[in-house]
Design a protein around this ligand. Structure first.
Ligand SMILES: [Ca+2]
Length: 179
């Protein structure tokens, strides 16, 4: 009798538990490289056109964060078919220039100082008048930046931060409560 009463007051409590996590993703045509999203545009353009093209995509021209980022980026760009022979001719544009800054190179996106200004040997040299823009190349014996006229045409890489996507998994939890 006692058991019957207990059973009649037993409830199954269903709880829906949502387990969520955040994933940092890059939407096509961007690809994840390290902690950034990259989109390589092989169609050559001068620096200004390249800069505008990236902004239209909600991105900016590539800027290297540090040595590790340089290595990852270089390997990625090689895998995308960019041939970095020992020449400035095979550059990609970077989001850095000294336009209006009397040879002080700053980030194009906001005018801040460049966190990792990794020049190749003997650069920047302002060899031609107005080498106000910055390319990334395998040049003078190293991978890194060099200054060059903005009107030169190079392929370019747009970068932006990964988007935060929330993934939630529903888990059913049954609780038996005896009253
Ligand atoms: Ca130069």
């Amino acid at each position: 009798m006692i058991m019957y009463i207990k059973a009649s007051f037993a409830f199954l409590l269903l709880a829906l538990i949502w387990e969520c996590s955040i994933a940092q993703t890059c939407e096509p045509p961007f690809s994840r490289v390290g902690n950034k999203c990259y989109h390589v545009i092989l169609q050559k353009a001068n620096w200004h056109v390249a800069d505008r093209s990236c902004r239209k995509l909600g991105a900016e021209l590539m800027v290297l964060d540090n040595e590790e980022d340089k290595l990852l980026t270089t390997e990625f760009l090689k895998s995308m078919g960019l041939s970095f022979t020992q020449s400035w001719h095979h550059s990609v544009w970077a989001g850095i220039n000294c336009l209006g800054n009397r040879r002080t190179f700053l980030l194009a996106k906001n005018g801040d100082a460049v966190p990792y200004l990794n020049w190749v040997p003997r650069e920047p040299n302002n060899a031609s008048p107005e080498e106000d823009c910055v390319g990334f190349a395998n040049y003078n014996g190293a991978f890194g930046y060099h200054d060059i006229e903005c009107k030169v045409q190079f392929p370019f890489v747009c970068q932006r931060a990964p988007a935060a996507d929330y993934f939630c998994l529903k888990r059913d939890l049954f609780l038996e409560v005896l009253l």
